[in-house]
Design a protein around this ligand. Structure first.
Ligand SMILES: [Zn+2]
Length: 281
């Protein structure tokens, strides 16, 4: 993936090195291994609030705002700026989210966030939270691709949730979930939300080069690496990996096949209107 000449200014706040306040014992690694099957790739923002409440400690943290100096931080900054440029062209009234980099744990508008939750978006403070050490877990534990584009896909997926927040889809789905007759139905709605975020990531990928004058662009083979990651984090693959049966009613993010399909569809269309995962189910 080409990105180094891309525009900076992705709205990054760098909290790395501040330390994870209030983190439960066992260390981040243990938590990651215990929870990876549930939380990989950002959990449902509404369940986040329940999960993290027990860790909630009102210690505000303020990191360094601006482009980080290290390569990994700059990558997030440039990719985020590019995703913002793409959505600013496609969505009237688009406002960029904040992007917080942290290590182990940090305070969020949705309670206490930690590495084990994976990358996630909090609608309450319109912020994408990323612990960059999570890439390594995804790649070594789950067989996700280590390619830069595969990581950018993860970031773009979280920005996809931000888009859903702006369009009002997130609120509508939350209301529908509260009225759902059972958990299986609520999960179906969650899957549609997640697949739409995958599709939006594809829409971004299709438009990255145009929005950056070619400075941020996919290179040959990149899309395949993104698809490999999408496949690695499908619910059926994760359920199988954790030694259990495949239970579609418990899917919250979609099967590997569905995630691959919607990332592809978004990329092929380059248009958010191709991402009506709610009508498609
Ligand atoms: Zn998601």
């Amino acid at each position: 993936m080409r990105w180094e000449g891309g525009r900076r200014g992705g709205g990054v706040e760098d909290r790395r090195g501040l330390g994870g306040v209030g983190l439960a014992g066992g260390g981040a690694g243990t938590l990651v291994l215990a929870l990876i099957g549930y939380f990989v790739f950002g959990i449902d923002p509404f369940t986040t609030q329940q999960v993290v409440r027990q860790f909630d400690q009102a210690v505000p943290q303020q990191g360094k705002v601006g482009t980080p100096e290290d390569q990994a931080g700059q990558f997030i900054d440039v990719v985020s700026a590019n995703i913002n440029d793409v959505w600013a062209r496609k969505l009237r009234g688009y406002q960029p989210p904040r992007v917080v980099l942290y290590e182990r744990g940090t305070q969020t508008g949705c309670g206490f966030g930690q590495t084990a939750m994976g990358p996630f978006y909090c609608p309450n403070d319109a912020t994408v939270y990323l612990d960059l050490s999570f890439w390594q877990e995804m790649e070594t534990q789950l067989g996700a691709s280590g390619a830069e584009f595969a990581r950018a896909y993860v970031v773009a997926h979280e920005f996809g949730h931000h888009v859903q927040n702006i369009t009002g889809t997130a609120r509508k789905v939350q209301a529908a979930q509260q009225n759902a007759p059972n958990q299986a139905e609520a999960n179906t709605l969650s899957v549609a939300m997640e697949l739409q975020a995958d599709c939006y990531a594809g829409v971004w990928a299709a438009s990255a080069a145009v929005a950056s004058g070619g400075k941020v662009a996919l290179e040959p083979g990149d899309l395949e690496q993104g698809l490999r990651t999408a496949r690695a984090i499908g619910d059926d693959t994760l359920q199988r990996r954790s030694g259990g049966q495949v239970v579609p009613e418990r899917f919250t993010h979609g099967s590997s096949g569905q995630r691959v399909e919607w990332l592809k569809r978004g990329h092929a269309a380059g248009d958010a209107r191709a991402c009506d995962t709610f009508a498609a189910r």
